[in-house]
Design a binder for this molecule. Structure first.
Ligand SMILES: *[C@@H]1O[C@H](CO)[C@@H](O)[C@H](O)[C@H]1NC(C)=O
Ligand SMILES: *[C@@H]1O[C@H](CO)[C@@H](O)[C@H](O)[C@H]1NC(C)=O
Ligand SMILES: *[C@@H]1O[C@H](CO)[C@@H](O)[C@H](O)[C@H]1NC(C)=O
Ligand SMILES: *[C@@H]1O[C@H](CO)[C@@H](O)[C@H](O)[C@H]1NC(C)=O
Ligand SMILES: *[C@@H]1O[C@H](CO)[C@@H](O)[C@H](O)[C@H]1NC(C)=O
Ligand SMILES: *[C@@H]1O[C@H](CO)[C@@H](O)[C@H](O)[C@H]1NC(C)=O
Ligand SMILES: *[C@@H]1O[C@H](CO)[C@@H](O)[C@H](O)[C@H]1NC(C)=O
Ligand SMILES: *[C@@H]1O[C@H](CO)[C@@H](O)[C@H](O)[C@H]1NC(C)=O
Ligand SMILES: *[C@@H]1O[C@H](CO)[C@@H](O)[C@H](O)[C@H]1NC(C)=O
Ligand SMILES: *[C@@H]1O[C@H](CO)[C@@H](O)[C@H](O)[C@H]1NC(C)=O
Length: 383
């Protein structure tokens, strides 16, 4: 009897542990997206070793995720205990997100599943999750040379109506939701909600927490192979078979500033779903800046044309200004044969309080806004 019970107990434990450490990904059909995990280096190492550990195809995607210069070499030294952002492909299925296809880890002499999860992959996942993903029945029985799928936590969910890049951040002991929110430009309520926790006391050190990073707004078309093309703030990436380099940098000239005073809740929602970042009493649309990469493409012999139709001479990333109006030739995606472009008109510098981006926002009614803000303030003060 005792023997028969044992496997049942183990599987119950496995389910509990997995539930505690996977990220919610609620897309109703299987979908994929780009995500990041924060790997904490165990020993002194270099970029090349991290690239192979996580089976990252191109070094430049590792460089872009960490905003390192493009000429950084594989031998670039990384000291122990440093956080490196590693790009992964996320597969969202059955309410959970896990990395798909990579990393694949080859079992070395002396390895155990616990060592692989807790030491090699810096606790980004639990050994029970590796066991489950690889149908390993006896966690003490793995063979040198076995190739193990490593299901890292990730998500593709929109957050508050915005497309974001989900980042698996390892919680340090003693840190709080407020600190993490501030470090990554989000807020405590959102962090708590998407991680299914209530308070700082629910935060567990050395476990990953799902942090939604703001992504740049692009002109990407829904039928592009790389839709929705999400680049997190402060990162760059390559797309269109390597022909195009895109940068998400809040500090560059691609920032639009609108000043609204004050905002309604529907105004806020409308702005957020149009990908604006609301900062105190103004809103910013951080646009993805893309330009030809000058790289040799991976699937084409040469890169297709990157010129905007009807604006001869303008390539992706170029703009012309007529007074305060600016038109920019923007990257709009790619397919088997074509790189798509679109001309984006921007008149936000025509006046300090530029026109709102949508009808919803222009329906703002000031008196109700003040009332709303008062109610919210009182609620927070007196609860
Ligand atoms: C989906 O998840 C539930 C519990 O989270 C599990 O019982 C079920 O087996 C899963 N289905 C598939 C197809 O993985
Ligand atoms: C780190 O270095 C120690 C000592 O050399 C070694 O035992 C351990 O396996 C290394 N850890 C990893 C994850 O490489
Ligand atoms: C984007 O990153 C910069 C620094 O890299 C930071 O100053 C800025 O607050 C971030 N913006 C958002 C909206 O997260
Ligand atoms: C950035 O914006 C400033 C002010 O709008 C302008 O003077 C400058 O030329 C711009 N720089 C680039 C590289 O477009
Ligand atoms: C970018 O912003 C525009 C207007 O604000 C919006 O219509 C569009 O959906 C956004 N694109 C993405 C990819 O979020
Ligand atoms: C377009 O941008 C490229 C750099 O990406 C620059 O070399 C070129 O001169 C620009 N062309 C025009 C017409 O501004
Ligand atoms: C800017 O564009 C608007 C319409 O988009 C137009 O009414 C206005 O005259 C333009 N201003 C300049 C200086 O070209
Ligand atoms: C690629 O996109 C272009 C522009 O949208 C379109 O004309 C062309 O038919 C598409 N080609 C394929 C193979 O889908
Ligand atoms: C794109 O090309 C691949 C092979 O190169 C082919 O399998 C696929 O069907 C093509 N897709 C489209 C939309 O033409
Ligand atoms: C704002 O709402 C108040 C109360 O409903 C109404 O009396 C007023 O006319 C509205 N103002 C505008 C500009 O719509």
């Amino acid at each position: 009897m005792g023997f028969a019970l044992l496997p049942v107990l183990v599987s119950v434990l496995t389910i509990q542990y997995s539930a505690a450490q996977s990220f919610k990904c609620s897309s109703s059909y299987p979908s994929t997206c780009h995500a990041l995990v924060g790997y904490i280096t165990v020993n002194n190492t270099n970029l090349g070793a991290i690239q192979s550990l996580f089976s990252v195809k191109n070094l430049r995607s590792l460089l872009g995720a960490n905003n390192l210069p493009l000429n950084t070499k594989r031998s670039y030294a990384i000291p122990a205990q440093q956080v490196i952002k590693v790009p992964i492909n996320c597969l969202c299925n059955n309410n959970t997100g896990t990395s798909s296809g990579a990393p694949i880890y080859t079992v070395q002499p002396g390895d155990g599943l616990y060592h692989i999860a807790a030491e090699v992959f810096s606790r980004l996942l639990l050994f029970q999750q590796i066991a489950a993903a690889n149908n390993i029945r006896d966690v003490n029985l793995i063979t040198i040379g076995d190739k193990l799928k490593i299901p890292l936590p990730c998500s593709c969910d929109e957050v508050d109506g915005q497309k974001v890049v989900h980042y698996a951040h390892m919680v340090k002991s003693g840190s709080s939701l407020g600190e993490i929110a501030q470090e990554f430009g989000t807020n405590e309520e959102t962090l708590a909600r998407i991680n299914g926790i209530k308070a700082d006391s629910d935060l567990k050190a050395d476990q990953p927490i799902d942090v939604p990073l703001k992504a740049c707004n692009s002109s990407i078309s829904g039928d592009s192979f790389d839709f929705p093309l999400l680049a997190a703030n402060g990162t760059y990436l390559f797309t269109a078979n390597g022909c195009v380099k895109c940068m998400c940098d809040a500090a560059n000239n691609w920032t639009k500033v609108y000043i609204f005073k004050p905002l309604t809740i529907s105004g806020i929602l409308a702005l957020q779903s149009a990908n604006f970042h609301i900062i105190y009493n103004y809103a910013v649309l951080v646009r993805l800046h893309c330009e030809p990469s000058q790289n040799k493409p991976s699937k084409w012999d040469t890169c297709p044309s990157m010129k905007c139709q009807g604006a001869e001479g303008l390539s992706i990333g170029n703009s012309t200004a007529a007074g305060c109006n600016r038109s920019t030739c923007s990257y709009a995606g790619f397919n088997n044969s074509t790189i798509m472009t679109t001309l984006v008109q921007d008149s936000s510098s025509c006046s300090r309080t530029a026109s709102p981006p949508s009808n919803d926002v222009s329906r703002i009614n000031s008196s109700w806004d003040c009332l709303f803000i008062l109610v919210v303030l009182c609620f927070h003060l007196f609860q």
